[in-house]
Design a protein. Structure first.
Length: 557
């Protein structure tokens, strides 16, 4: 990196915090010197947030139905149809003919809730199910017809290398992960597990050996890597993944496998993949003509232990999960998080993971974007990847654990200088420019939004008595409050739908407890500041003073 590039990088490390502090305090000093302009800024900002909130709620609802559809689809059956597309089309066409001939009188209702319904309602549900089934089959036929002209890889030849980097995570957490992988509907004989231990923690390698013996017969192979920090390596997932990737390359080349038929998965130690994840991934991969420039990821939901954590952690992780599902619907915004898959070819093309960064998921996306430009995107896998919400044995440690996790996520702002430098060097397409600056905008507003929404409208009238006596000054808090009420009403719908996404409780609770849990949502503004804005501002402030963040493991239980 040249001196000029270092200067640009340093400037871009400083500007996020300077921008954040300027805008957060703007309602105060702006309210003193030019209150009307400040008031208009606050109203415009609130209006933008209304739009963003309604958009998020809409996308979340769409995402919910797509996930439900993805979970109800038999992805192995869809893969088998690719073996002989013409035969599959004929079979599906025959099913439509049989459905057309099916009569209500031929259906016998057995021990179902439909038995108690009047005949007219039974007929209604019969014809509704018939219509939905026909529509699904017709869509599948159309998809198969389109696939006739595409290059489809042989799905039985696809191999999936799954890298699980870890440090001090306990045996139970890793075992839960491996059990989920062992329950995949896809061919487990085509799956390779790579356990990425850290050399600086001696028990980690011994744990890998234990897991290797326990699971070696459940997959094609279980490899072990013992990452030792060297050179530019910094402590964290990225340097561990880079080390694991080099071992995987050596193994793959020794075995002579065709790299075009290999995918690589990066996952967290506590990730619980849906049992159809690899069948769904394989279907997308073999039918995708741009498979070597795409990432694939399911939205992360932090619900694995959601009923064990305190209410404030539950509220925070619900908002994180809702946002992840909503974002997956927006292909123009969706970027893989934590656990994701992509082709081995792309991994080699972008020269593996960078060893000196913390936010490796976003970084990998933009490394690919600056090479392959408009061809790069993350395709959603509409299933749920379960992860643990941050927790600990005491409230204080749980709060600290959650705070540190969000601060690590917010450290993506450290990539802005690198992104701008590479964007300036690249052939700047509209798509690339949009992806770069949209991501930068999201990172910048991370620390700003909650402060302005909660405090902004009250500041100008409070500190400027003259302005408070004007009609504008008196109406500003009321108008702002009304706009935020709109977003709250929309969010109620989100809470209701999210109830069906969360896993079931192990134990029943009373109606009083259930009502109390909903009342706890009034703490959302405080939770948003404590587990959103403040850790985001913390990360930006550290970057301002070049106090670079060290990777800190989120405590697992």
């Amino acid at each position: 990196m040249t001196n000029k590039e270092r200067l640009i990088k340093r400037l871009f490390e400083m500007y996020p915090a300077l921008t954040a502090y300027t805008l957060i305090t703007f309602p105060i000093w702006g309210g003193i010197f030019f209150p009307e302009i400040t008031a208009y800024f606050i109203l415009i900002f609130n209006a933008f947030w209304v739009y963003k909130s309604l958009s998020t709620v809409t996308c979340f609802i769409i995402g919910y139905f797509r996930i439900r559809n993805g979970e109800n689809t038999d992805w192995i059956s869809r893969l088998k149809r690719l073996d002989d597309i013409d035969y599959s089309i004929n079979v599906l066409s025959e099913k439509i003919e049989k459905l057309n001939e099916a009569k209500f009188e031929d259906i016998e209702f057995r021990i179902t809730y439909l038995n108690r319904l009047p005949k007219i309602f039974k007929k209604f549900f019969f014809y509704l199910a018939k219509l939905k089934t026909k529509r699904y089959i017709k869509e599948e036929i159309k998809t198969l017809v389109d696939l006739r002209t595409k290059e489809i890889l042989k799905w039985r030849d696809i191999k999936h290398v799954v890298i699980i980097p870890y440090w001090k995570e306990p045996y139970a957490v890793l075992k839960r992960n491996l059990d989920r992988l062992a329950s995949q509907t896809f061919l487990r004989g085509n799956m390779i597990i790579l356990l990425g231990a850290e050399e600086r923690y001696t028990p980690a390698f011994k744990l890998a050996q234990k897991l290797q013996k326990e699971y070696k017969n459940k997959f094609r192979d279980v490899w072990i890597n013992n990452h030792k920090l060297a050179g530019k390596d910094i402590i964290g997932k990225a340097s561990n993944m880079a080390s694991c990737g080099k071992l995987a390359k050596k193994k793959i080349e020794e075995k002579g496998w065709d790299k075009r038929y290999i995918t690589i998965t990066s996952c967290d130690s506590d990730t619980q993949f849906d049992k159809q994840y690899y069948a769904y991934l394989t279907y997308l991969f073999v039918t995708d003509e741009d498979r070597y420039t795409h990432f694939y990821a399911a939205p992360m939901v932090y619900y694995a232990n959601i009923w064990k954590v305190p209410f404030y952690s539950r509220i925070a992780n619900t908002t994180f999960s809702v946002n992840n599902i909503a974002t997956s619907v927006r292909i123009d915004k969706f970027i893989q998080l934590s656990s994701y898959s992509f082709s081995w070819k792309l991994l080699e093309d972008i020269k593996f993971w960078s060893v000196d960064i913390i936010p490796e998921d976003f970084h990998m996306f933009f490394k690919a974007l600056f090479i392959y430009e408009d061809k790069v995107l993350t395709k959603p896998i509409y299933l749920k990847n379960l992860n643990d919400a941050a927790e600990s044995v005491t409230h204080l440690r749980t709060i600290k654990n959650q705070y540190e996790q969000v601060k690590r996520w917010a450290w993506g702002v450290s990539d802005h200088g690198w992104m701008i430098i590479n964007w300036l060097k690249a052939r700047k397409t509209l798509y690339m420019t949009y992806r770069v600056f949209h991501t930068i905008f999201d990172h910048l507003t991370w620390s700003i939004v909650a402060f302005i929404l909660v405090f902004g409208a009250n500041m100008p009238p409070l500190i400027n008595k003259e302005f408070s006596h004007t009609v504008f000054g008196q109406k500003l808090p009321k108008v702002s409050s009304f706009m935020l009420t709109l977003t709250s009403l929309a969010f109620i719908l989100t809470i209701v739908i999210d109830f069906f996404i969360k896993p079931r409780r192990e134990h029943k609770i009373s109606i009083f407890q259930m009502v109390t849990e909903q009342i706890q949502w009034i703490t959302l503004p405080v939770v948003s500041i404590v587990f959103g804005a403040i850790p985001g501002l913390d990360a930006q402030t550290r970057l301002l003073f070049a106090k670079y963040l060290e990777y800190r493991l989120t405590e697992k239980h």
